[in-house]
Design a binder for this molecule. Structure first.
Ligand code: FES
Length: 144
């Protein structure tokens, strides 16, 4: 069932074991449990929201400084795969310019996560598409 992912679960050991058994790497599990980039950046310069084919939704907010991503956060109403993918995307784009951020693809995120269940690969796509949409909207705004 889809739920808003915000708080750190109480029983992290149990969650960890469940995710491990489902095929998540320790890295992906750490992202899910710690949620280091969950929330909204205040005074965001760039943002977007997207709903995946599964019905789950996520949004990204990005703050720019001197042409580089100084901060970014995701809000995720979705599964553990979606949360871990979103957190990994932020680690990939922080400190980078928008051209680099636009070049991020599913494979790059999967590399960071190391392993998530095959059935959850579309969750990586949702995180990447949400990022791309935000950058495209920003570039459209700038060229208008
Ligand atoms: Fe929908 Fe993972 S099942 S994003």
């Amino acid at each position: 069932m889809t739920q808003i992912q915000s708080a750190v679960p109480d029983n992290t050991q149990g969650v960890r074991e469940m995710l491990r058994a489902s095929g998540y790497s320790e890295k992906a599990i750490d992202y899910y449990i710690n949620k280091p980039h969950m929330g909204q950046v205040s005074d965001a310069d760039i943002s977007s929201e997207m709903t995946g084919s599964c019905g789950d939704t996520m949004g990204i907010t990005i703050k720019m400084e001197n042409g580089l991503v100084s901060d970014a956060k995701y809000q995720v109403m979705g599964c553990a795969g979606a949360v871990s993918a979103a957190m990994a995307v932020v680690d990939l784009i922080k400190g980078k310019d928008l051209d680099y951020a636009r070049s991020i693809n599913d494979g790059a995120v999967f590399k960071v996560l190391q392993e998530i269940p095959v059935k959850k690969h579309h969750c990586i796509q949702l995180a990447v598409k949400t990022l791309h949409k935000a950058i495209d909207l920003q570039q459209m705004k700038q060229s208008a």
